[in-house]
Write a protein that binds this ligand. Structure first.
Ligand code: SF4
Length: 348
C-alpha cells in the first residue's frame, strides 16, 4: 500500500510553492498558515509572508502589528501571534533552526502534534505520523472505522493505524501523500474511489460504506454575540482601538464596541455606548445587520456613526486608541468583522 501511495503521490502531487526548493522554514510557514484553511485560501498569504519574511531572521525580527496586518483576513489571529513567538524562540534559543526533537518542537508556541509531526517528517525525514482531517478520513475508510471521530478513543485508534502505516523510509512523503489523497481523491463527498491508488486495500470501499464513514457527531452550539459597533468621527478622523493582548482577537484593532442582548431599545443602547466611552455627540446612520462566524462564536453586529466634537474618549479594556483618516485604516490590523464596517463606510 505504501509503495502504491507514494508512487501515486510522486506522479500527482500538486505544484505548491513550498515544495520548490523545500526548507524547514518554508514547511513551517506553510503548515502554520494552512491550519484550518484551504490551500486556495492560504496560498496568497504564504506568498505574501515568504516575500516579506524570506527567512527565520526576518520573521523573528518582525513586529507583531506588521505580522497581524499581513495576516488580516485569514482569521484565527492567535496563530499569527504564536508563529511570531515561535520564530523568535527558534532564532534566539535554537540557533535559527527548527528543533529536531519532537518534545522540544511541541514546546514552541502554536506547534501542536499535527504541526510538529508535519514539520519534522517533511523537513527532517523523522518518523512521526501526521493526523489531520484528511488523514482521519482516509484511515477511517481504509479500516472501516465507524465510531465518532470526536471521541478520544476513536482518535487513538486512528493514530495507532497511522503510525503503523507510516513508511519509515519516507515519512515526510508518506504523510504528504496521505493528506494529498484526502484532499484530492478521498474527499468527504463523492470520493474518486475508482481511480484511488489504494482502493484494493480499502475496507469501506469493498463493503460499500464509503459515504457513511467517517462519522463525526455535531459540534457544541456556537455562542451568540451581538455588538453595536461605533464609528466615532471627529471631523475627518475616525477612532480605532486595540484589543488586549489575550482573549478573542487579541491585539487586533477595531472600532469600539458595546455588547448588547438584542436589537430592541436601540436608544438605550446608544446611551449606554456613549456613557461607556464617555462621549457626547450626535448619532448618525446605522448599518444593516452584519455577521461573522468564528469557531465558537456567531457574531452579529451593526455599525453606527457618531460625530463628536472632542477627541477625548474612555479606553475601557482597550490598550491603545488612535484617531486616523479613513484612508489610513488599511494600515492597521483590523479583524474581518470590522473590515465589513469599513466596506459599509466606503459606500456612505
Ligand atoms: S477507495 Fe475510496 S474511500 Fe477508500 S481510500 Fe480510496 S478514495 Fe478513500
Amino acid at each position: 500500500m505504501q509503495h502504491r501511495l507514494l508512487k501515486w503521490f510522486h506522479q500527482n502531487k500538486r505544484d505548491l510553492p513550498w515544495r520548490t526548493n523545500p526548507s524547514w522554514y518554508k514547511t513551517f510557514l506553510s503548515e502554520i498558515i494552512l491550519q484550518q484553511t484551504t490551500v486556495a485560501q492560504g496560498l496568497p498569504y504564504y506568498q505574501k509572508f515568504i516575500q516579506q519574511y524570506p527567512d527565520i531572521k526576518s520573521l523573528a525580527k518582525a513586529d507583531e502589528q506588521s505580522v497581524l496586518h499581513l495576516w488580516a483576513g485569514l482569521g484565527y489571529y492567535s496563530r499569527a501571534r504564536n508563529m511570531l513567538k515561535a520564530a523568535r524562540i527558534i532564532y534566539t534559543e535554537h540557533d535559527g533552526v527548527f528543533p529536531q526533537d519532537y518534545k522540544t518542537a511541541l514546546a514552541l508556541p502554536g506547534i501542536g502534534p499535527y504541526s510538529a509531526a508535519a514539520i519534522l517528517s517533511i523537513s527532517y525525514n523523522l518518523p512521526h505520523a501526521v493526523i489531520d482531517g484528511n488523514v482521519i478520513r482516509v484511515i477511517c475508510r481504509l479500516y472501516a472505522i465507524k465510531e465518532d471521530t470526536r471521541e478520544k478513543n476513536t482518535l487513538n485508534r486512528i493514530k495507532k493505524h497511522a503510525t503503523k502505516l507510516l513508511d519509515k523510509k519516507a515519512p515526510g512523503d508518506f504523510n504528504e501523500a496521505m493528506m494529498e489523497l484526502g484532499a484530492t481523491t478521498c474527499t468527504p463527498r463523492q470520493p474518486l474511489c475508482q481511480s484511488c491508488p489504494i482502493n484494493r486495500f480499502c475496507i469501506a470501499y469493498k463493503k460499500n460504506l464509503v459515504i457513511k464513514i467517517p462519522y463525526k457527531s455535531k459540534p457544541a452550539k456556537k455562542k451568540k454575540l451581538i455588538n453595536l459597533v461605533g464609528v466615532i468621527k471627529n471631523k475627518s478622523q475616525i477612532c480605532i482601538m486595540r484589543r488586549p493582548d489575550s482573549g478573542l482577537l487579541a491585539g487586533m484593532w477595531e472600532f469600539p464596541i458595546l455588547e448588547i442582548r438584542d436589537w430592541d431599545n436601540l436608544d438605550i443602547h446608544y446611551d449606554r455606548f456613549k456613557s461607556r466611552f464617555e462621549l457626547t455627540g450626535q448619532l448618525g446612520i446605522i448599518s444593516e445587520e452584519m455577521r461573522q462566524i468564528y469557531s465558537h462564536i456567531d457574531l452579529r453586529f451593526k455599525g453606527i456613526i457618531l460625530n463628536t466634537a472632542k477627541k477625548s474618549i474612555h479606553k475601557n479594556d482597550y490598550v491603545d486608541v488612535k484617531w486616523v483618516d479613513f484612508s489610513e485604516l488599511k494600515n492597521y490590523a483590523i479583524h474581518n468583522a470590522h473590515k465589513k464596517i469599513i466596506a459599509w463606510l466606503a459606500d456612505q
